[in-house]
Every structure is written in structure tokens, then in C-alpha cells.
Design a protein around this ligand. Structure first.
Ligand code: CP
Ligand code: NVA
Length: 310
């Protein structure tokens, strides 16, 4: 019998886990990734089922969760709004009650954070945020693991965010507060981050700059994202005009640290938020970042379902 609602740990935003739990997850990720690279079978989730609910498009999130779950011996059920009763107004609370009696873990990509919070409140099993309008915590988990792989601890470092004050920016701010680094953020006017939406208590974890070059100065990592996130397509044209100076290029990378990394959660639009030279250049680690989605999420699913190993 699965536990009653309220007893499961969820991963709906970065601050659902403590710094010490992130250290544990990054160490597990390193071990799980190394086993994968060495073709060593590791199947602790046999007979476990992950339900994945997508209300928005995805390439990386779907493949990384699905491949990761199969590699760990489990199975997945893939659902979209159009092929479930979620698209026909069945309450999210009822959907949560039903799915969580049949599956062991749920990943959801949706619009409002409030919806995933409502789902989690009525779920008997752990719920993972696979992206909402407000947050993208699995991506930041992968990004920080990628930083650690290339450069060591992110504590005390500076991350430059160039572009929209969106779900990725919010999640970077929460991670900065939990893990002790600083975000230098530059957005066009009208697209700033809102600390209340980002869910941070301490504003000292970030600094705002009018010009993206200033945000990049001395940064250990420069990162950006699309100008128009999923769900905001109606604003496409006005955003194209507003964001034209927020394109990460060689000049911005040149004022960052000499060994600064470039990251992008993908999908990317070369010539819009980043030049092809930077995205495909030597400082870019975007393909490692994408691959690491799978490894960190395997560690996360293991942790939420089995607790600490060893
Ligand atoms: N970065 C990311 O979440 O990619 P998808 O939208 O392809 O899942
Ligand atoms: N900010 C983007 C991220 C896509 C992975 C979006 O929400 O569409």
C-alpha cells in the first residue's frame, strides 16, 4: 500500500532540498554516471513506475527521464494533456489521487507552479517538477553538476544571467541562496526577476545590471535562455525587439573569467539569445549539460524512492 498523501518528499523547487542533500545527490550522480559510462548495469528501481505528465513540449526532459528510468530497471507511463482527462477538466487533485495509487513517482511539466503544488498535495508518491512557468529545478541540478565536473565547487562563484527573468533565472536565484554563490543578472526593462516569484528570502545572492556586459564581468559561468519561453508565444514579436541587445557573444565572454564556461538549457536559437560562435565554441558545455540531465535525475529518483544508499 502506498503511503498517504503528505508523507512523500517532492522536488518542486530547489529549496525543497538542503545544501547537504545536494552534495549527496551530486556524489551519487558522479557514481551513477560512471557506472553508465562503463556499461555497468545498475537497476535499483525494478518494478517501479514513473508517470510523466507533459502539458508542454519536451525533448530533453522526456528522453532523460524515460531512458534514465529504464536504465534503472523501472518503467514509465507518458501522458499529455490531450490524451488524458486533464485536458477535459478533470480536477488536478483527482488526477493526482488516481495516478499516485498506480505509480511510484510522478514527473510533471506544466504551466503554473500552483498546479504542481496542488498535484503534490494530493499525491501519495513523490512529485518532480519537470518545468513550470516559475521554475526548472531539474535543469539547474544538471547545470550545477556540470559546473562541478568542469570547475569544482560552485560555492563563492559568480554566475552571469543574460536575458529573460524567467523560470531558469528564478531557479538560479534559489540555487544561489541555497548553495552560496552569486548571480549577476541583466534583463531588458520589463522582464526583470521578481524575488517573490523566485522565492528567495535573501536578496544578497544576486545583483542586477542594466547592461549584459556588466553582468558578465568576472563571471565564472555565463548562461542564458530563449527570449520567449513556452506559453508566452503571443509576446514573440515584442520580445524580439526588447531582447536584441541580450545576445551572448564573444565580447561578453571576453569580459568574463578567462576560463568561464557557457551554458544554455536548450533548445537554443543561434543568432538570438546566443551567437553560434559562443554556443558551438570552446567555452560552451551545453552538450554535457544536456546529458547530465539524465544522470542527475537518476540520482534524484533513486533518492526520492529509496533514500540514501550505503
Ligand atoms: N532543457 C529542457 O528542459 O529541454 P526540453 O524542453 O527539451 O525538455
Ligand atoms: N525557459 C524555457 C526553458 C525551456 C527548457 C521555457 O520555459 O520554455
Amino acid at each position: 500500500m502506498k503511503p498517504a498523501p503528505g508523507l512523500s518528499r517532492h522536488f518542486l523547487q530547489i529549496k525543497d532540498l538542503r545544501a547537504e542533500e545536494f552534495s549527496y545527490l551530486f556524489e551519487r550522480t558522479r557514481i551513477i554516471k560512471s557506472r553508465f559510462k562503463n556499461y555497468e548495469r545498475y537497476q535499483p528501481l525494478v518494478d517501479r513506475t514513473l508517470a510523466m505528465i507533459f502539458e508542454k513540449a519536451s525533448t530533453r526532459t522526456r528522453v532523460s527521464f524515460e531512458a534514465g528510468m529504464y536504465q534503472m530497471g523501472g518503467s514509465v507511463v507518458h501522458l499529455t494533456t490531450g490524451d488524458t482527462h486533464l485536458g477535459r477538466a478533470e480536477p488536478v487533485e483527482d488526477t493526482a489521487r488516481v495516478i499516485s495509487r498506480m505509480c511510484d513517482l510522478v514527473m510533471i511539466r506544466t504551466y503554473e507552479q500552483a498546479k504542481i503544488e496542488r498535484f503534490a498535495a494530493h499525491s501519495r508518491v513523490p512529485v518532480i517538477n519537470g518545468l513550470t512557468n516559475e521554475y526548472h529545478p531539474c535543469q539547474i541540478l544538471a547545470d550545477i553538476f556540470t559546473f562541478i565536473e568542469h570547475r569544482g565547487s560552485i560555492q563563492g562563484k559568480t554566475v552571469a544571467w543574460v536575458g529573460d527573468g524567467n523560470n531558469m533565472a528564478n531557479t538560479w536565484l534559489q540555487a544561489a541562496e541555497v548553495l552560496g554563490f552569486t548571480v549577476h543578472i541583466s534583463t531588458p526593462g520589463g522582464y526583470e526577476v521578481d524575488p517573490a516569484v523566485a522565492g528567495i528570502a535573501d536578496r544578497s545572492c544576486y545583483r542586477v545590471f542594466d547592461h549584459p556586459m556588466q553582468a558578465c564581468e568576472g563571471a565564472h559561468l555565463v548562461t542564458t535562455d530563449v527570449w520567449t519561453s513556452m506559453g508566452y508565444e503571443a509576446q514573440n514579436e515584442e520580445r524580439r525587439k526588447a531582447f536584441v541587445d541580450w545576445c551572448v557573444d564573444d565580447e561578453m565572454m571576453a569580459v568574463a573569467q578567462g576560463d568561464a564556461l557557457f551554458m544554455h538549457c536548450l533548445p537554443a536559437h543561434r543568432g538570438e539569445e546566443v551567437t553560434a560562435e559562443v554556443l558551438d565554441g570552446p567555452q560552451s558545455v551545453v552538450w554535457d549539460e544536456a546529458e547530465n540531465r539524465m544522470h542527475v535525475q537518476k540520482a534524484l529518483m533513486e533518492y526520492l524512492l529509496l533514500g540514501r544508499i550505503g
